[in-house]
Design a protein around this ligand. Structure first.
Ligand SMILES: [Zn+2]
Length: 252
């Protein structure tokens, strides 16, 4: 089924389409897999998106290699760094997103912008693990546990009252439920349905704020380790996964 969907996508894809960040993928057999972090990954992440004191060790993280449909229709490959407990879940969902034709501009680890979440969002880069705090809270963001993904963050901004992050995402807040723009997560989006069907929580359903880009999968009681058990508490404490410095810099 996936192979057929990929074949049709690839067949329908014009070569030489607009350039994107990663090269077109042509081998469906290697599109989706989970790999431990390499020594080079560890070196690139340490001191940038991970440091001593972060809530999960690098040994608990995996690089989830996925394929996705780019805005130009080309199937591309990308890497999401996630906790080992949700890595295979992510593969299942991203296979379904590809089959559904959900468009993603670019998928890359947070190291692509030195872990700077503001830059990642402004560049519309879909990313996952990033050891950073929640807004105004004492806990870590669910991203610091590798249990959250921000999807097309420019088109699916964070919104709390008059604050929209990234600022350029404001154009996608107005009338977003009526928009036919590609790559949006909305209550009617099939992509949201896919994530929720597989046990992920979407920030677009939060009441105190809307984090349209954010999906996370909390640990179940059976799978909790001491480190994991802190994730839901951190998420619930602030219901908000943006660092305080970003909020203060963009608050009116
Ligand atoms: Zn997030």
């Amino acid at each position: 089924m996936l192979a057929l969907a990929l074949a049709s996508l690839l067949a329908a894809t014009p070569h030489g389409a607009a350039a994107a960040a990663s090269p077109p993928t042509t081998d469906p057999g290697v599109l989706f897999f989970v790999a431990p972090l390499s020594d080079a990954d560890v070196a690139a992440m340490t001191g940038v998106v991970w440091r001593a004191g972060c809530p999960v060790p690098l040994s608990s993280l995996r690089n989830v290699h996925v394929a996705y449909r780019g805005v130009d229709g080309v199937v591309r490959s990308g890497v999401l760094t996630l906790h080992e407990a949700v890595a295979e879940d992510a593969v299942v969902v991203f296979k379904a997103l590809l089959q559904a034709g959900f468009a993603i501009e670019q998928i890359a680890p947070a190291t692509a912008r030195g872990g700077d979440d503001a830059e990642l969002m402004a560049a519309n880069i879909t990313s996952a693990f990033n050891c950073r705090p929640v807004t105004g809270g004492k806990g870590w963001s669910p991203h610091a546990y590798g249990r959250a993904i921000d999807i097309n963050p420019l088109w699916n901004p964070y919104q709390k009252g008059a604050v929209v992050i990234p600022a350029a995402g404001r154009a996608f807040v107005v009338d977003r439920d009526d928009s036919d723009h590609v790559g949006l997560l909305t209550p009617r989006s099939p992509a949201v349905t896919l994530f929720e069907r597989h046990g992920w929580t979407w920030g677009g359903r939060w009441r105190s704020l809307k984090d349209w880009q954010h999906v996370e999968k909390k640990p179940t009681a059976a799978s909790s380790s001491p480190a994991h058990r802190r994730a839901p508490a951190a998420a619930a404490a602030a219901a908000d996964d943006k660092p305080a410095d970003q909020k203060s810099s963009t608050s009116p």
